[in-house]
Design a protein around this ligand. Sequence first.
Ligand code: MLT
Length: 231
Amino acid sequence: MCVVVDVLRATSSMTTALWNGCTGIYPVIEPSEAFSLADGAEVLACGERNGVRIPGYHLGNSPAEFRMESVGGKRLVMCTTNGTRAVRAAAAYRRIFIGCFLNAPAVASLLAGEGDDVTILCAGREGDFSMEDTLCAGMILSELEGEMSDAAVASVSIFEQYQDRIAEVLLESEHGRFLQRIGFAADIDYCARAAVTDIVPEVLASKEPPPHDLIIKARVDADTFGEGRND
Ligand code: MLT
């Protein structure tokens, strides 16, 4: 099993969109892939390059944009620099889930229930280490038992060291500083909120050709819907 984590901001946005009634998300790598799918009515194109909305797309990648009134009942095609690329890189795993601080404990309890080997795939930043993804991986792994790799042990110790100041760590991270420079400071506070939903998105494979071959759907039933999200 694999959990893909891109706290700032892709997996936080995916979880928020599904929490707000989006019915499915197609992850793509190239911005042009969305245009064949999105119709602006049932299917919206969303995503970023250099942190801002891709020209011609309906939405960017700020979780604040994925409100019920904009994504409720709709599907999304999402293209981001690191997050959607990481989801596609995980395609070979038998089961793939989406993790962030918003749903970290729910992800951990699902994994504990499955009792299978777990890989946390941190999207990072253009192939580089990212503090926020590692901290989130540590939060999820700290709830699990069993043998751990050195990287997993390191992420748990980072979490134990910084667990009381997650927002601060995100604000001081490289990507956090970048997002503040381009006007998305509020997204960092939002993405630092821990354990606010028990929605655990799952990446499902279909027999259809790309970009329909992978779709991300919410696992938890609707009654968590409509309570206290990104207000
Ligand atoms: C990414 O996938 O690279 C990030 O989510 C980009 C962002 O939205 O800041």
